[in-house]
Write a protein that binds this ligand. Structure first.
Ligand code: UD1
Ligand code: UDP
Length: 354
């Protein structure tokens, strides 16, 4: 088959890395990059570290409002799909690049596969929730990372084409962990093993909502004053928001403030951290896989199993809850291997049977 893959944001490169290699053994791969993320350390560094081939098409859409960004992607992806006439389109996760890819493929009647299907947090104020619901309802093949995802789809009446494959991010992490271990980031920053907290923030609800951003900054300041070292590779969106709200100084005094990190450096930072504070979906999963207790800056999560299993706690933007969890949260002794293993091979097997 000729398969067109659509990526655009940092986590999609992590998801695409091994799946494209596995499927490339049997199919012709064509990669479209929407250009949603474009800074070197939000994009190119992942191609270099994960050994990805350059995109066949780079659409250069860049940043903008949801309507602008998705609209430009729609126009440009459609043009390419009409020329390439693929047998299948594969999309990942829940970004605007996912949504645009889903709509284009569905309208052109091209078979659509969604990797990370069925994920929900049942909050439609979150842009990603709209994107994943739409993507799932457009898809012919729905590759679910967890059992909960399969059940979520069933509740929406989607039963055909649903496969429980496990999460492709496990494959990437397992293969590349040895390279992550070899990076010198821990030594370079003079950090000690399990002696610091890693922090990431980028969700719209936390960066664009001033009250939430102020509360998170306050909590970080308290945790720092309680004697903790906090390492913060900041997403460009968050840096801009902190600057706009006059919070840059508070954050740079309270944390070891870094540029966004490459995948290897970030995984090494995560693996050596005693805890992580995050609002990232991918980081919640990777923390679970690496057995690092996670404090989530959201009121709900699409990875609820990590909470049920005792490795993740939802603190939202409540200052007290965040500080209390940062200082005292301990994981349970349970570990249910929620995200499985071998997702890329399972997806490849499904596609070989088409
Ligand atoms: C997007 C996804 C989100 C995903 C995240 C992964 C949507 C709606 N959101 O959020 O689901 O979790 O990617 O990181 O698709 N910017 C730069 N340089 C870049 C990229 C972005 O400076 O290379 C800045 C721009 O100011 C931009 C802002 O970050 O406006 C937000 O970028 P955008 O891609 O719209 O959303 P993310 O917050 O990255
Ligand atoms: N990541 C990274 N460098 C960083 C922060 C995150 O390589 O500085 C990786 C992380 O390991 C995970 C992915 O980026 O694989 C998560 O992306 P992000 O948090 O931006 O988005 P989300 O998963 O919330 O969609």
């Amino acid at each position: 088959m000729k398969i067109v893959y659509i990526v655009g944001a940092r986590p999609q490169l992590v998801k695409h890395a091994l799946l494209s290699k596995e499927l490339g053994k049997y199919h012709k791969n064509i990669l479209i990059h929407t250009g949603q993320h474009y800074d070197y350390n939000m994009n190119k560094v992942f191609f270099e570290e994960l050994g990805l081939s350059d995109p066949d098409y780079n659409l250069g859409v860049g940043s903008g409002t949801h309507g602008y960004q998705t609209g430009e992607m729609l126009k440009r992806i459609e043009d390419i799909l009409i020329i390439e006439k693929p047998d299948m389109v594969i999309i990942y996760g829940d970004t605007n690049s996912t949504l645009a890819g889903a709509l284009c493929a569905a309208k052109l009647h091209i078979i659509l596969g969604h990797v990370e299907a069925g994920v929900r947090n049942y909050d439609k104020t979150i842009p990603e929730e709209i994107n994943r619901i739409t993507a799932d309802h457009c898809s012919d093949y729905l590759f679910c990372p967890t059992n909960t995802a399969v059940k979520n789809l069933r509740k929406e009446g989607i039963k055909k084409g649903v496969y429980l494959t496990g999460d492709v991010m496990v494959d990437t992490l397992k293969l590349f962990k040895k390279y992550a271990d070899q990076t010198k980031i821990i030594e370079d920053l003079r950090l000690n093993h399990k002696d610091y907290i890693l922090l990431t923030i980028h969700r719209a609800g936390n960066t664009d909502n001033v009250e939430n951003l102020v509360r998170i900054a306050q909590a970080i300041e308290f945790i720092h004053k309680a004697g903790e070292t906090i390492v913060f590779p900041a997403h460009p969106r968050t840096l801009k928001a902190l600057k706009n709200q006059g919070l840059s100084e508070t954050i740079s005094k309270s944390t070891v403030l870094l540029e966004p990190q490459g995948y290897f450096e970030f995984i090494n930072l995560l693996n050596n951290a005693k805890k992580v504070i995050t609002d990232s979906g991918g980081v919640q999963k990777e923390a679970y896989i690496l057995k690092v207790p996670c404090i989530t800056l959201l009121d709900n999560t699409s990875w609820i199993e990590t909470v049920d299993d005792g490795w993740n706690i939802l603190a939202g933007t409540d200052v007290k809850k965040i500080v209390e969890a940062a200082l005292n949260f301990r994981n349970h002794n349970t570990y249910s291997n929620i995200f499985g293993e071998g997702a890329c091979k399972r997806i490849a097997n499904v596609l070989r049977s088409i």
